[in-house]
Design a protein around this ligand. Structure first.
Ligand code: SF4
Length: 106
C-alpha cells in the first residue's frame, strides 16, 4: 500500500489525521496503529509533528508517524493481554491421531 501524498497548499484541513477518524491515531489494535503510522507517511508536517510530540513527551498516540507510549517512541504496539510464559506446543501428530481415534470410537 502506498500512502497518498499530501500538499501543504491543501491547508491544515487536508492533513491525513484531519481526514480520518482521529481515534485511529489512538487505537488499541496494533493493526490500527500501523494504519495510522502509514497515514503519516507523506504528511507535509511529519517531521515538525514528530519533533513537537517529542518535545511535549506525548503520553499516547501516533504522532509524526511514530507511536508514543508514556512519552517515548516505541516500535510496535503490543496486543492486549499478558504475554505467554511458554510457547504454544502443538500436540505430537501420532498422539493427536490416537486421541482423535479414541474420540471417534466413543
Ligand atoms: S504526521 Fe502529524 S500532522 Fe501529519 S498526519 Fe501524522 S499525526 Fe497528523
Amino acid at each position: 500500500m502506498t500512502a497518498p501524498r499530501w500538499d501543504v497548499a491543501d491547508g491544515p484541513g487536508a492533513l491525513p489525521c484531519h481526514l480520518v477518524d482521529p481515534e485511529v491515531f489512538f487505537a488499541e489494535s496494533p493493526a490500527d496503529v500501523e494504519a495510522a503510522k502509514a497515514l503519516c507517511i507523506g504528511c507535509p508536517v511529519q517531521q515538525a509533528c514528530l519533533d513537537g510530540a517529542l518535545d511535549r513527551r506525548e503520553p499516547w498516540g501516533v504522532w509524526g508517524g511514530q507511536l508514543f507510549i508514556a512519552g517515548v517512541v516505541v516500535a510496535r504496539k503490543r496486543p492486549r493481554g499478558r504475554p505467554r510464559k511458554h510457547p504454544v506446543v502443538e500436540p505430537y501428530a501420532p498422539a493427536a491421531a490416537r486421541q482423535q481415534g479414541k474420540e471417534a470410537a466413543a
